[in-house]
Design a protein around this ligand. Structure first.
Ligand SMILES: Cc1cc2nc3c(=O)[nH]c(=O)nc-3n(C[C@H](O)[C@H](O)[C@H](O)COP(=O)(O)O)c2cc1C
Length: 187
């Protein structure tokens, strides 16, 4: 049990990863693992959008920076500089969209939970292959232009997260973890 990957797994901040491309075989494995999740009704209430190469910079410039300046026209140039490089912190970013449908018996909540499971599987699989990875939403997950660019339906679909995948420069510091006695009850 002490060697269990899940007991040691932790995220590396996007700003601390190195953005070289991710090997195609590894990315394919991460995607396969990501979509192998419990899914009530097997209806796949989620979509993945793989962003890599030139698309990273294109979305940074055309969506993230543009939308940021639109909402913060007088913002400091230093902040704009940060926004202009968000996705380029990673070698690849996987956007996970929650794409629910009207269903007579499966509640919306369960469809949304399943897309969270996709995010967690992507994250864990990338980390198990030795990559630096982080699940982020930041402000642009709640931006309609971004949602539409990724193929989402505004006011129906939601962005569950962006899974940033890059290369490790150093091992992350262990962060505070919950004490089981605070969060677990045995009946
Ligand atoms: C849905 C979701 C959204 C998140 N969005 C952000 C974010 O926008 N900014 C941030 O600094 N951390 C965010 N985090 C937290 C990071 O993923 C952080 O790396 C993580 O809590 C570390 O946990 P781990 O080491 O167990 O993987 C988010 C986490 C989740 C689950």
């Amino acid at each position: 049990m002490s060697n269990n990957f899940y007991l040691k797994r932790s995220s590396v901040l996007a700003r601390k990863m190195s953005p070289q491309p991710i090997r195609e075989n590894d990315l394919n494995q991460i995607i396969q693992a990501g979509i192998r999740v419990p899914d009530h009704g097997a209806l796949n209430f989620w979509k993945l959008v793989i962003i890599q190469g030139e698309q990273l910079g294109k979305i940074d410039k055309e969506i993230i920076l543009n939308e940021y300046i639109k909402k913060n026209p007088n913002s400091d140039k230093n902040f704009q500089e940060i926004e202009s490089k968000r996705l380029q912190r990673a070698g690849a970013v996987i956007a996970v969209l929650s794409t629910p449908v009207d269903h007579p018996s499966i509640p919306l909540w369960e469809m949304q939970l399943s897309s969270g499971a996709v995010c967690m599987n992507l994250l864990s699989c990338a980390q198990s292959l030795g990559y630096a990875a982080q699940w982020l939403t930041e402000w642009y997950s709640y931006n309609d232009k971004m949602l539409a660019y990724l193929g989402g339906r505004v006011r129906i679909d939601k962005i569950s997260g962006f899974i940033y995948i890059g290369h490790k420069i150093e091992e992350p510091n262990e962060r505070k973890r919950p004490n089981p006695v605070d969060v677990v009850n045995y009946l």
